[in-house]
Design a protein around this ligand. Structure first.
Ligand SMILES: C[S@@+](CC[C@H](N)C(=O)[O-])C[C@H]1O[C@@H](n2cnc3c(N)ncnc32)[C@H](O)[C@@H]1O
Length: 245
C-alpha cells in the first residue's frame, strides 16, 4: 500500500475527514448493509458493468476514490478490459481488504492511503473513469465543486466521472432527506438498534447530499459536457450519475 504515490505523501489535514476514515475502519456495519443489498449495489453494478463494456472495448484506467474494500468494484471489473486500477482511501483497513479483493485482477494496481481531495490535485494524474461510490456526499458543496474541477483535468477527451450516491429530491432540505433516510435505515433488519443509531449519528454529521439538478449545474460549470442519471434505486435513495467530458 502506497502512502501517496510517487513520493508525494498525502497528508490527513482535516479532523472531519480523519473521523470519516476512522468510522469506516469499523467496516463491519457497512459490509452488513452492502451484503444485504440494501443499497441496491447489485442492480447499479450491473448497469455500471454494462456501461464500461459498451464504452471501453480496448482497455481503460479507473481511479476509485474512497474505494473502501472494493467489494462491489472487484466484481464489476472482473470481466472488463481494465489496464490500470488506482484505489484511494483514508482507511488503511479498507485498503488492505481492497488489495485482497482485487488480487485476481490482472492489471497495474495502486493503493493509496490518503484524502482523495488532496490526491486529485497531484500533478500528472490520468484516468478514463473516476469512480466515487458513497463518498462524494461526505464533502461540503465547495469541496464537491473543487473535486469535479480536478477530476475533469484528470480525464481525457473521452472520460467519465461516475458516482453512486444518495441524492436530495428536487427542493428537498437536508433535514427532510435525513428523515427520509432514517425511515429507510429503520427497515435494515441486519443492523442492531445500536448500529442503526451509530449510522444515524454518522449521517447527521457527515452527509451533505445534493439534488441531481445541483450536480448537473456544478458538473457543467466544471467543464463536463453533460450529466446523466443512469440508475435510481426503487426507494429513491441511491443514484448512479455520470459526468461526461
Ligand atoms: C461508504 S464507503 C464506500 C466504499 C466503496 N466506494 C463502495 O462503493 O462500496 C466510503 C469510503 O470512502 C472513504 N472516504 C471518505 N472520505 C474520504 C476522503 N476524504 N478521502 C479518501 N477516502 C474517503 C471511507 O474511508 C470509505 O472507505
Amino acid at each position: 500500500m502506497d502512502k501517496g504515490k510517487n513520493s508525494r505523501p498525502v497528508p490527513l489535514t482535516k479532523q472531519n475527514t480523519k473521523d470519516v476514515g476512522e468510522f469506516f475502519s469499523h467496516w463491519q456495519r457497512y459490509q452488513k448493509i452492502s451484503s444485504a443489498n440494501y443499497l441496491f449495489q447489485k442492480e447499479s453494478s450491473a448497469i455500471l458493468q454494462r456501461f464500461i463494456s459498451d464504452n471501453f472495448i480496448w482497455g481503460f484506467s479507473i481511479m476509485d476514490l474512497g474505494c473502501g474494500d472494493t467489494g462491489a468494484m472487484s466484481k464489476i471489473l472482473r470481466e472488463s478490459t481494465i489496464e490500470k486500477y488506482t484505489g484511494v482511501d483514508l482507511s488503511p483497513v479498507a485498503l488492505r481488504l481492497a488489495e485482497n479483493n482485487l488480487k485476481k485482477l490482472h492489471c497495474e494496481k495502486n493503493f493509496i492511503c490518503g484524502d482523495f481531495l488532496n490526491y486529485v490535485q497531484s500533478p500528472g494524474l490520468e484516468a478514463d473513469i473516476v469512480w466515487l461510490g458513497f463518498s462524494l456526499h461526505h464533502l461540503p458543496m465547495h469541496q464537491k465543486e473543487k473535486m469535479l474541477v480536478f477530476c475533469r483535468s484528470i480525464l481525457g477527451f473521452h472520460g467519465y466521472v461516475i458516482i453512486y450516491e444518495p441524492l436530495l429530491k428536487e427542493n428537498e432540505s437536508v433535514e427532510n432527506y435525513l428523515r427520509r433516510w432514517w425511515k429507510i435505515c429503520c427497515t435494515w433488519k441486519v443492523l442492531s438498534d445500536s448500529e442503526k443509531e451509530e449510522a444515524r449519528w454518522h449521517a447527521m454529521r457527515d452527509d451533505h447530499p445534493e439534488s441531481l439538478s445541483t450536480l448537473e449545474k456544478i458538473g457543467l460549470a466544471s467543464g463536463f459536457k453533460y450529466v446523466e442519471r443512469l440508475y435510481k434505486s426503487p426507494n429513491e435513495h441511491c443514484h448512479l450519475v455520470c459526468f461526461r467530458t
